[in-house]
Design a binder for this molecule. Structure first.
Ligand code: FAD
Length: 475
């Protein structure tokens, strides 16, 4: 934490840069900004625990201001924590060592729509839903609609390598980001220009995508856009088990078909999420699909998919289960299912693996997590030709806070250990933040030391979001 004299001097410098309205040291502001959507931070607040607070929160609106803030922070050697929409699920915006929270919400302008090249150029604080609605009005889609689209912004998406519900067809944010403006920790502004492909050395932009505020601040981005599909068609089938479901999915990709949505629910998640509305045989798994295209294209794709799945023993459920999920996909988050009372706590572990390992990762993680008396529901929801992700939701109820936090940690530790042991990767879309930072070294292996050296070169004073991504951890 910053001592009183330094805080006064730092606040003066920041106020003369941004104006007094855009710098706050108010306790209420700091308390409101003390957590993101990390279930553990929310549970601790409900239990009456105090989380670490930032010393100052600033609201810049130009790249020059961001650059000056980072220069000042370097002079004072204080942490800077970028804040996007604050809907991250891994504690990425928590000010664990105090310092300056740099809130990007005033970077809210859509700067250019390039219909010739099919690109949109935006400031980093544009909220996902505002971008999507703007594009829809012009006949386009971003193709990037994570469930947090109403509360997260473009900078947060890019900083965490997020994935929308239709990533199978449109790609994740790292596929969609063509250009980037980025402020390095020393205040230097760099620009990675928009270009469809290139052959001029490594793609440096990819170094900053997923850097979670540890290497600097994203201020602008250029993203791909797509024509709004003429039709989004839904179809659902049930399969006897996870193994059959994954086989069907692999066969769909091998047939050259790319549905926009592919969601395979395991028996427990089918019972929880689907059987309450549709009659599904006990133990069966629901596979939900959507196709984006013209009606003629969708006819062909749907017919092929039905042939593939029925040949593998699937039962046809028509459009409804998938359509219902689409129509109600935000419901379960408002309010969050994790904001339960007492010392019940839940979270999601979103992992990813290639098909040869995916099923084993699922079984190993499920039994490791269930060993701590957790209820575990899983679905495979971002599928690609080479593999896909598993979204494992767990809940545990404990008699007191200490047992709840310890059990929660054991479920994470053993779940992630099982994932890594079986050759999976510990996050597909949520990022690392604070909640997974202790596992980064195991996950990245020998390449972690390269990441640490890059951090050392770009951020020698370790001001940028220390403690996140396993970087800049302080005693
Ligand atoms: C209900 C709910 C549903 C969700 N569904 C999905 C989903 O479908 N798919 C998915 O991928 N995620 C999902 N998430 C997780 C989360 O919303 C994403 O990780 C999102 O990308 C975070 O964006 P944000 O703007 O909220 O970032 P924040 O939480 O504000 O920040 C996240 C991290 O990025 C850094 N950061 C933010 N902005 C910048 C910037 N401009 N420059 C540098 N660093 C920055 C922060 O320092 C922090 O480390 C969900 C979360 C919730 C609560």
């Amino acid at each position: 934490m910053i001592d009183t004299d330094t805080l006064e001097e730092l606040t003066d410098r920041l106020q003369s840069l941004l104006g007094p309205d855009y710098v706050t040291v108010q306790q209420t502001d700091k308390v409101l900004n003390a957590h993101d959507a990390w279930p553990l931070s929310e549970a601790k607040i409900r239990a009456g625990e105090m989380l670490p607070l930032a010393d100052i929160i600033v609201f810049p609106s130009t790249t020059r201001e961001v650059s000056e803030i980072l220069k000042i922070a370097n002079q004072f050697k204080v942490p800077v924590i970028p804040v996007g929409g604050g809907a991250g699920t891994c504690g990425g915006t928590l000010a664990i060592y105090g310092g300056i929270q740099l809130d990007m919400k005033r970077f809210d302008k859509i700067l250019d729509l390039d219909e010739t090249s099919m690109l949109v150029h935006v400031e980093a604080g544009v909220v996902g839903v505002d971008l999507e609605e703007y594009l829809n009005r012009h006949g386009y889609t971003s193709g990037h609609t994570p469930t947090s689209v109403r509360s997260s912004n473009v900078g947060g998406f890019i900083a965490t390598r997020s994935g929308g519900s239709m990533s199978s067809l449109y790609g994740k944010i790292e596929d969609l980001t063509l250009g980037l403006e980025f402020v390095l920790p020393n205040g230097e502004v760099i620009s990675c220009k928009s270009i469809p492909r290139h052959s001029v050395g490594p793609d440096l932009k990819q170094l900053f995508i997923g850097s979670e505020g540890t290497l600097g601040v994203i201020t602008e981005a250029t993203l791909k856009i797509f024509p709004l599909p003429e039709e989004r068609r839904f179809r659902s089938v049930s399969v006897p088990d996870v193994s059959t479901g994954l086989t069907v999915i692999r066969r769909i990709f091998r047939a050259g078909i790319t549905p926009s949505i592919i969601r395979l629910y395991d028996p427990e998640d089918t019972a929880f999420s689907v059987s309450t509305h549709f009659s599904v045989d006990e133990g069966d798994c629901m596979l939900m699909l959507a196709f984006d295209g013209t009606p003629a294209q969708n006819d062909l794709d749907e017919e092929s998919v039905m042939q593939i799945s029925l040949a593998d023993g699937a039962k046809d459920y028509g459009a409804e289960p998938a359509k219902r999920w689409w129509d109600h996909r935000y419901d379960m988050y408002y309010p969050s299912p994790f904001t339960t009372s007492g010392y019940a706590i839940g979270d999601t572990i979103d992992v990813v693996a290639t098909y040869d390992k995916l099923e084993q990762v699922y079984h190993a993680m499920k039994s490791a997590m269930e060993a701590h008396e957790a209820v575990v529901l899983s679905h495979f929801s971002h599928m690609y030709p080479t593999g896909g992700s598993i979204y494992m939701i767990f809940f545990t109820a404990q008699p007191d806070a200490d047992t709840a936090w310890a059990t929660y940690r054991k479920i994470w530790d053993d779940g992630v250990a099982a994932c890594l042991r079986e050759g999976g990767t510990m996050s597909h879309q949520h990022g690392v933040g604070l909640s997974r930072s202790t596992y980064t070294e195991n996950e990245l292996g020998s390449s972690f030391s390269v990441l640490k050296r890059i951090k050392q070169i770009l951020d020698p004073n370790e001001i940028m979001n220390p403690g996140k991504l396993g970087l800049g951890v302080r005693k």
